[in-house]
Structure formats: C-alpha cells, structure tokens
Design a protein around this ligand. Sequence first.
Ligand SMILES: [Zn+2]
Length: 426
Amino acid sequence: MQITTGKGINQLRLNERIEQLSRIGRIGETGVCRLALTPEDMDGIIQVRLWMEEAGLATRIDPFGNLIGRLEGTDPTLPILMIGSHIDSQPYGGRYDGAIGVLGALEVVQCLMENGIQPSMPIEVIAFCDEEGSRFNKGLFGSRGMTGQLEEGELERQDKNGVTRCEALQAFGCSVEKFAEGVYATGSIGSYLELHIEQGPVLESLDAPVGLVTGISGPLWLTVTIKGMAGHAGSVPMAMRHDALAGSARVIAAFDDMVRADPDAPTVGTVGSLRVFPDSRNIIPEEVSFTVDLRDMEMERRNQLEARLMNVLDEICSQHGLTYSLTEDTNSEPRYCAERIQAAIRSSAEEMGLPLPELMSGPFHDALALSHVCEYGMIFVRSKDGISHHPSEYSSPEDIALGTEVLYRTIRQMCSRLPADIESSD
Ligand SMILES: [Zn+2]
C-alpha cells in the first residue's frame, strides 16, 4: 500500500506541538490533567494562542472561554468554516484526546497559508472550553455556549471545591455578562470539521490508521429503580423472597444479551452504575437503582431495544414480586455527518491511497453541539488498544499526521470552491 502525503502538512511541527502541549498539566510519564478553566488549562490556551498568532491568525477568547483563531476569506460574507476540538482533559487523562483536533486544525490552516491558499470563506480554528465536563459534571460547555444551547443553572454548577462555573469563568478573564454577544448568529457557521482520536478499538482491529465518522450515535440514558422487600439473609426462605438485586441482575444480563443479539449492528448498551439499598451482606436487597446507557446510529433499532427492555422489566419484576420505576436522564437522537463533507473526506483519503473505514462515534464530541447549527464532519485517528481518558492513551505520530493530512486535503477542497459549486456537485 502506497500512502502519499505530498507537499502537505508539517508532521514534525505538528508532533512537536502535541508533545509540548502535553507537558502542560503533565502527571507522571504520559498523563495529563488540564481540567477546564484551571491555571493548567489557561497555560495550555496561552501556548496554543501563541502558536495561532505565530501562524498569522487573529485570536480572541470569547465569553465562554473558547479560544478562536481566525483566517479571513476573500469573501467575508460567506459562512465560517470552523475546525477544532478541545484541549481540556480528564483528571487522569491522556495526551491526545482533543489536543490533536486543535493542533491538527491549526496545522491545516497554517499549511494553507504557507501554500498561498486564501480561502473564499473565513476559517476559524477553535479550542472549545470544557468539552470533558469533568470539573462541573456537564460537558460541551464552550461549543454549546457559542451555539446558544446552554441550559438554566449552568453558571451555578460547582466543582468539588465549591467554585461555581461563573467564578471559574471570571477567573479565566471571561465576562459572563457578554454571553449574548458570544453566540454566533444563525447561519453564520457554514460547516464544522473535527479530527479526534477514536477512543475505541475499531480502527486498530481493522489495521487502519484513519477512519471516517458517519455520525455520532444518540445516547438514551435511563435510571431504573427496582423495589423488593428487605429481610434477614439467614431467615427468609428463597421461595418467599423479593430480592431487588437478584431481579436487577437478571434484567441487566437480559439487557446485555439483547444488545449483543445482532453482532453486525453498532449498538452498544451499558449498565455502568449500581446502587444497592441497604447494601449489607446479611440483608436481602430492598431497592436497587442502576443506570442504562444505550446508543445506536438507528433510532428505530434503539427504540425497539428500549421496548424490549421494558418487556423484560415487566416480566422479571412480576416473576419475582418486584416493582420498578424509571427516569429518563438523556434522550438524544443520532446526528449524521453531512454527505458532502463525508464525500470530500473520502476523496482526500483516496488521493493519498489511504483506506478509510467508516464508523460511528459512540462518545460525544464538540461536533455534537455544532451539528445543531451547521453541517459537520469528523475524522478519527486510531487509538492504541482503544484506550482513552487515561495516561496510557496513545496514537502514533504517523497516524496523527495521516489524519491531519486527510483533514488538510478536505479543507483545501472545501475552501477553494464557492458554496454554489459545492451545492451543484452534490
Ligand atoms: Zn475529546
């Protein structure tokens, strides 16, 4: 297989920047802790801003804490082509999550400029504030903020030390009074592209360095509470028990089986948290709550599975003399990547002789927020052993360079054509 990168991105510069950024907030040998709106996050933003300015971009930090570097187009009235990701991390995170998307985007735009390409539309490179949601327990803050999707009470959310998001933003130099000015007008963003590590094992299993994302799957989050009756573990005969944990275990196992039933479907289902009351070794469990996370690219299939889960709950609870209640915590629909951006990514990879498997994204990304205001596309880079949100997270410099080169060629295609041309080539 001959993969050609031609006169494209500067792999050395890109990798040096990734390495340098990863030393800010470094924990241990390879870990990173840059929680949103902390001094480490600010140090990262200052560094990336310097690189943006070095490249010739006009930079600003918006009221939501997003760092934006802008390259003007020949036609300032055209909608913005936005490229980015985030540089905040999990508390015990890795070097690549988010970082490659921001530094990759910067490399792409710097390369355009070095090759004398001036886009028709303005291009903005963005490092979104608080994608991870680790500190205030709610993510995609910057990307939801600038697209007008914040919810009530977001500024009052507190971190572990009682610092509110509002206080953290102010300490970061952001004026929350200016939120309204920071929201992009409807239609002002034309498209959004994001390069990200896969954070899963699919590309590695296919022996592919880069993949095309077809969409971000829609998660359904439920909390199920099953109620039985407590009793002494030594005295209540088995036939007379209403054991909420034994019932829950059967429901959870049945759920796992039903999600696995179609091995070709991308459906994933997880019960990740369980609470047992009274949680004592010699008391029959009276009440159990557990979470359900169900994701799929097809709403119909996801809805069918949800209905089957309800049947299983009915059946198992009635067999064991239990009752149950449900709350729906999140219910978002899958968001599909724009066909024409997917086509541009495909043809870029083809030019390079690079195989390009297609996959869905299970995790959220800033692209999810942007998908509500513009068309979007995503490129994944292979993750070693599928590990992410952990210091051992790894993507090779060669794979990252290939992903960035695909992004570069895609952006070059998109920005050298007027929107009218693109429309007519659909
Ligand atoms: Zn990320």
